[in-house]
Design a protein around this ligand. Structure first.
Ligand code: XMP
Length: 504
């Protein structure tokens, strides 16, 4: 398989670089520069190498890269910090710029360029740098500049070394796709990486390497479902999926998951643990405490079921590539302690962990799911947090409140979907507020439901979706009329930040 290596220096957009390469049907992997030395690079057998951006300065003393990297006779593209690294290592000069460039910038092309071929003479690019290249290394030609950055792109086409100070991977660089397209051409890749070939190759590999029984915790979310489907094609009845219904799923979701997986060649165990979860959540109101309880209880139930099944050789997890990349980077402040079904139990006896999707992005995971014939309802499912409705009910979780939020959520989702409204994540949550209303001729004192719908690509930032008024008001009417215990419906129009997508 032809592969491109993305050597990660800690830049913000490194996942996007990998996405841009894979969009061109070329497989690529991201590896941290400090744990992937020259030998590892050679063994990887890349058709091309991309050096990413990074927060540090190439002039800092503690920073070195093996100059032999540039003698491997493999095409290399340096981006931002990666460009400066190439310049400095090969004898050019990098200095702190008198004026940093951040944001959209006009780029002017200079002369012919293999890398920028097909781009307009004047185009908009995204810049984000403090240092800049001030002297070209020997053998390099200048190919573009901006007002504050005289060397904004350079190349040594004979040695297949290319560098851009701007970020071609972000959408703000209007013609950024050209850069990847041209670089992949230079690498001579056939562009035949397909999800079909991924699924086939992965199944064959799992068949070959897995000798024994495997256990998978299934949540009904996209990742664990696709992992389970893939494993079932590889090892069939040697796989047991344990689906823990914590009672905090959306309306009818548990039955839907069961219906789908009953048709697969695997052992399916559904555990109704809703009473246990309710009991443990009784009287608990603090969001982090609720999250911890749900996460822990999930693992306990899973462990108990695993014990009944007996010794297994493998534990299957639905880890995906963004989790892998993110876990390699620095620690960010904990806003919420995330719970994924993949959390590791302490007392399950297994020899190895199998993560069949650990090199795929979310949309690639969905594509594999479709390839395997998984129900579209599951494949296109929007993200749903591990703690489920437990964190969409503010304050104490009770059976009555779960019923209210399930019913309101089903109505809101149905109304949005039938009106064709496009939103990346949308749901109903239950506030802990009761207020006075009037229904028929009587007074009510009932709960307020909050509707949330957001536009986002990365779920790190989000804006509230602009839902047409008639759709919102129809959903609100239906909720107050059809869901007992609700007399008020609110729409959450805050962005993230300062809010978060979920309410707890
Ligand atoms: P927040 O609320 O942090 O959510 O803005 C961002 C995205 O993450 C999802 N989310 C979770 N997903 N386990 C998950 O697997 C969790 O504990 C969890 N908490 C939030 C949320 O639905 C949104 O898509």
């Amino acid at each position: 398989m032809e592969k491109i290596l993305v050597l990660d220096f800690g830049g913000q957009y490194n996942q996007l670089i990998a996405r841009r390469v894979r969009e061109n049907h070329v497989y690529c992997e991201v590896h941290g520069y400090n744990n992937f030395d020259l030998n590892a690079i050679k063994n990887f057998e890349p058709r091309g190498i991309i050096l990413t951006g990074g927060p540090q300065s190439v002039n800092s003393d503690d920073f070195h890269v093996d100059p032999k990297l540039f003698e491997l006779d493999v095409p290399i593209l340096g981006i931002c910090f990666g460009a400066q690294l190439m310049a400095k290592t090969l004898g050019g000069k990098v200095e702190t710029a008198p004026t940093s460039e951040f944001g959209r910038t006009d780029l002017n092309r200079v002369g012919a360029s293999r890398l920028l071929n097909g781009m307009s003479d004047h185009t908009t690019v995204w810049m984000s740098h403090n240092d800049r290249i001030v002297e070209l290394p020997h053998g390099f030609a200048l190919t573009a500049s901006t007002g504050n950055c005289p060397i904004a792109a350079m190349e040594n086409d004979a040695r297949k070394l290319y560098a851009v100070q701007f970020h071609p991977e972000v959408v703000h660089t209007v013609e950024g796709k050209r850069v990847f397209d041209n670089f992949i051409d230079v690498c001579g890749c056939r562009r035949d990486w397909q999800m079909k070939s991924f699924a086939e190759t992965k199944i064959a590999e799992l068949k070959e390497t897995l000798k024994g029984r495997a256990l998978c915790a299934l949540s009904g979310g996209v990742d664990s479902s696709v992992a389970a489907a893939l494993m079932s094609k590889a090892i069939g009845k040697n796989l047991t999926c344990v689906f823990v219904d914590h009672g905090l799923l959306r309306k009818n979701e548990a039955d839907e998951v069961e219906a789908v997986f009953k048709n697969f060649d695997l052992n399916f165990v559904r555990v109704d643990a809703s009473q246990r979860f309710l009991a443990r959540l009784s009287g608990v109101t603090e969001p982090e405490r609720k999250r911890k309880i749900i996460g822990e209880e999930f693992i306990r139930v899973f462990e108990e079921e695993a014990k009944k099944i007996g010794a297994v050789d493998y534990l299957v997890q639905g880890t995906i590539y963004p989790d892998v990349i993110e876990s390699g980077l620095g620690k960010a402040a904990v806003i919420k302690s995330h719970h994924n079904v993949g959390g590791l139990p302490d007392h399950v006896d297994f020899k190895a962990i199998v993560e069949p999707l650990r090199l795929l992005f979310k949309d690639e995971v969905r594509a594999v799911g479709r390839e395997l014939g998984l129900d579209e309802k599951i494949v296109s499912r929007q993200p749903f947090p591990g703690p489920g409705l437990g964190i969409r009910i503010i304050g104490e979780v009770t059976a009555d409140k779960i019923k209210i939020v399930q019913d309101a959520d089903a109505i809101f989702r149905a109304e949005l979907e039938s009106a064709g409204v496009v939103s990346n994540q949308y749901f109903a949550a239950l506030t802990n507020m009761r207020s006075v209303g009037v229904m028929g001729d009587g007074r009510t004192y009932d709960y307020a439901v909050v509707l949330r719908a957001v536009e986002t690509t990365d779920f790190m930032t989000a804006t509230a979706s602009k839902i047409p008024w008639e759709v919102l008001s129809r959903a609100a009417d239906r909720i107050v009329n059809e869901v007992a215990g609700v007399n008020r419906v609110l729409y959450d129009c805050t962005s993230k930040p300062p809010s978060t997508i979920e309410l707890e």
